[in-house]
Each structure stands twice: as structure tokens, then as C-alpha cells.
Design a protein around this ligand. Structure first.
Ligand code: KG4
Ligand code: ZN
Length: 333
């Protein structure tokens, strides 16, 4: 039996999870409300909040899993990419635990972990699979050949899909993070009401900054005519924005499936919690005869369960880090 404690602290959520032989026993997350008032994550405040949350979050994760420290076989942690101060808190804590318990340390790449979140629950995709990884900082199409072999075949050249949601929400006067709110209002809206432009970007890459600018100009011009425009049309605006972001994402995913011939198709990352994207992928998958996979909500946004499953696969390969390992804000695949 292999029992792993995983720690995730790359951005503004402090997470801890315990898994045994790849089965999740607990997955605990403490979100940081403090950033809402600033309209985005403030890195220094995030690091401080991680310091406050990390002990109680790990404590609850161990209790829920009914595991004590000496039962652990390894400590996994997010090594990169992310906010450096936030990463440092998780990395130092993981290293201290590893040293004091004399148990191996496993360094995990946050974006690879988002992809492998698809391996937490059954049914699991078989290899190779395609994964559209969409978060607040990344938008990538990844070919995953095994838990140990992944390559990025397309990515954004400017904003990430999550940023497109959050920046659009900000233009509408909604608080941060705006993605879930756009999703909520879109459910009641007419997506065909407003037509936002689709970028023409070569190959499997994405761009969202032009869309954001066109939304900004459109809203400014409508507000000049009617100050209550956003308020009176919020649901339809959100539905139209969401449907455009989703159509940009799915069009490239379809192109990737065609070019690679891969028919196992997954999504991952915070934006994969979006109900329009989840439904869009399911519908497209039925049409294209793909096998589609969507992680549970709690495994889409940042979480430690995905670090735990990635840590488990690394454990099976004895892929351990030594105590000199340091977190890095950016990381190659
Ligand atoms: O993966 P994640 O939790 O953190 C990063 O690694 O970035 O992704 C966060 C992003 C934010 O931009 C947030 O607005 C977006 O995911 N998001 C959503 C939804 N839930 C989270 N975007 C659209 N619809 C949602 N339901
Ligand atoms: Zn993430």
C-alpha cells in the first residue's frame, strides 16, 4: 500500500489531499477570499494566507483520510509553475515534512497534474488522449501518451481562457474571479443575442486578447447610449461571451483531434468547470464519436487531489526529488 500526502499552493488556494494506491481518501481546499476586493490575486497576500491555512488544511486532510503522519509513504507538492511566494510555502512545508518523517519527496508540475486529474476517477481515458487544459494562466492542447509523457501541441499566444472570462467579467463590473459568475448568468441568457468576433489564429494556437478588446468597445459604446445596458442585458451578454470562448476552444480541439487521429478527449483546469464547455464537449464528442472525459468539479479548479495522483504515478517510477529542490514560477514541460 502506498499512501501519499499532496500539497498544492501554486496560486490562491491552499490544498491538501491524501491518496492510497491512486484512490483519493481526502481532498481539502481553503480558498482565499481576501483577493476579491482587489479584483485579482495579490501575490504577497496569497503567500501570507497560505502560511495561515497550510497546517489546518493538512490536518483536516489527514483526519478525513483517517491517516496519521507515520502512515505516509511520500510527500508530493506543487513545484511549478505558479506564484513564487505561494509555491515556496508549500515546497518548504513539504520538504520539512519529508525531512522530519524521513519519507521521499515528490515534485509535481501543476499543469501536468491538471491533465492527470482525468485519471483520478473511473472511467479513465486510455492512452493516448488529448487534453484541453484551460485555467486562469494557461490554455493548452496536450497530447498525453502516458502519465510520464505529455507534449503541448497548441497554446494561447496572449490571454488564457480563464483570463478571458475574468477580464470580460471585470468589464461587466462583476467581482473576481468572474468566470463562475459569467457561467451562472449565461444559464439564463440567449447566446445568439450578441455576436463577438472569432479570432483567426494559425495552427492549434489560441488568442483571446482581441475578443476582450471587442467586448470592451462594445460595452462602452452601448453604455454611452444607455447607462443601464449591462444591467438590463446581463444574462444575454454573459451567454454570448461564454458561447464565443467555448466555440474558440472547441474548434481548435476538433482540429487537434483530426490532425492527431486521437479520439479520447479530455478537458482540465479551472475553466473546465464551465457548464457551457462541459456541455459543448459532450455534444461535440457525441457528434464526432469521441470518448470524452470531464473531471469532477472539485478536480477542475486548483486542488491537491491532482497533485496526489501525479505524485502516485511518480512514486511508482521512484521519481523522487531531493531536499535541494526549489520551486520555480515558470517551468518547461
Ligand atoms: O485552474 P484554476 O483553478 O487556477 C489556475 O491554475 O489558474 O483556474 C482558475 C480560472 C479562473 O480564471 C476562473 O475564473 C476560471 O478558472 N473558472 C471558470 C469557472 N470556474 C472557474 N471559468 C468559467 N466558468 C466557470 N464555471
Ligand atoms: Zn491550476
Amino acid at each position: 500500500m502506498t499512501t501519499i500526502l499532496a500539497i498544492e499552493s501554486s496560486c490562491d488556494d491552499t490544498g491538501a489531499a491524501v491518496c492510497r494506491d491512486g484512490q483519493m481518501l481526502s481532498n481539502v481546499i481553503a480558498s482565499q477570499k481576501i483577493h476579491e476586493q482587489y479584483g485579482g490575486v495579490v501575490p504577497e497576500l496569497a503567500s501570507r494566507a497560505h502560511i495561515q491555512h497550510i497546517v489546518p488544511v493538512i490536518d483536516v486532510a489527514l483526519q478525513k483520510a483517517n491517516v496519521i503522519l507515520k502512515d505516509l509513504d511520500a510527500i508530493a507538492f506543487t513545484q511549478a509553475p505558479g506564484l513564487i511566494g505561494s509555491l515556496l510555502v508549500g515546497a518548504q512545508f513539504a520538504k520539512s515534512l519529508s525531512l522530519s518523517l524521513q519519507k521521499p519527496l515528490i515534485a509535481v508540475h501543476h499543469m501536468q497534474a491538471h491533465v492527470l486529474a482525468n485519471l483520478i476517477d473511473d472511467p479513465k481515458p486510455s492512452f493516448p488522449f488529448l487534453c484541453l487544459t484551460v485555467s486562469g494562466g494557461h490554455t493548452q492542447i496536450v497530447v498525453c501518451e502516458s502519465p510520464y509523457s505529455m507534449r503541448v501541441i497548441g497554446e494561447t499566444i496572449d490571454d488564457a481562457a480563464g483570463e478571458a472570462f475574468d477580464k470580460s467579467a471585470k468589464i461587466l463590473g462583476l467581482p473576481y474571479p468572474g468566470g463562475p459568475l459569467i457561467d451562472k448568468y449565461a444559464k439564463e441568457g440567449d447566446a445568439a443575442r450578441f455576436n463577438f468576433p472569432e479570432p483567426n489564429i494559425p495552427e492549434l494556437n489560441f488568442s483571446f486578447s482581441g475578443l476582450k478588446t471587442s467586448i470592451l468597445y462594445f460595452i462602452q459604446s452601448e453604455k454611452n447610449k444607455n447607462a443601464d445596458f449591462v444591467q438590463n442585458n446581463l444574462n444575454d451578454i454573459c451567454a454570448s461571451i461564454q458561447q464565443r470562448i467555448v466555440s474558440i476552444l472547441l474548434k481548435k480541439l476538433q482540429k487537434a483531434a483530426k490532425e492527431t487521429g486521437i479520439t479520447n478527449v479530455c478537458i482540465a483546469g479551472g475553466v473546465s468547470a464551465n457548464s457551457g464547455l462541459r456541455k459543448g464537449l459532450t455534444d461535440l464528442g457525441t457528434k464526432m464519436k469521441w470518448n470524452t472525459f470531464i473531471p469532477k468539479f472539485e478536480y477542475c479548479t486548483d486542488n491537491a487531489a491532482m497533485i496526489a495522483i501525479t505524485g502516485y504515478y511518480k512514486f511508482l517510477k521512484n521519481d523522487f526529488a531531493d531536499l535541494s529542490v526549489t520551486p520555480t514560477a515558470r517551468a518547461e514541460w
